[in-house]
Design a protein. Structure first.
Length: 134
């Protein structure tokens, strides 16, 4: 999760600076701070979840965040929000299934794919759940 508020410019990723990532299959991956979480250790299906309070730096500026794995944006894994006023934060969340076939270790990022800077409040969470086949 994030321990402090951050502003994410267009094309940049949210930085997560707390906790280790567990794949759920016995591995612990990652050292923080990270803007690309190495969380997909094996080929398979994973659930990626995100929740946060987000806002824009300008009134009514739309917010757009997209899940990306190894630099490939998942266009079906996009969060949209439009705060009413400068300084307003809206709660957003989503969970998406993602296939990783690249072996170790799929790097998950949450990228600002919009045209405006985004404010991410402290406490934003990113999680990855593996569906293990051993």
């Amino acid at each position: 999760y994030t321990s402090a508020e951050q502003t994410v410019e267009p094309g940049q990723s949210v930085v997560f600076d707390r906790k280790s990532i567990s794949t759920g299959c016995g591995e612990k991956l990652g050292a923080y701070p990270l803007n690309a979480v190495p969380a997909m250790a094996h080929c398979g299906v994973y659930l990626i979840g995100f929740n946060a309070n987000v806002g824009g730096t300008t009134a009514a500026a739309p917010v757009e965040l997209t899940v990306s794995v190894d630099g490939i944006a998942y266009r079906n894994a996009v969060i949209y929000s439009t705060p009413e006023a400068d300084g307003d934060l809206n709660h957003v969340s989503g969970v998406w299934p993602v296939q990783n076939c690249g072996g170790c270790c799929g790097r998950v990022t949450l990228v600002n794919t919009g045209d405006n800077p985004i404010v991410i409040a402290a406490g934003a969470q990113l999680w990855v759940s593996a569906h293990c086949h051993k």
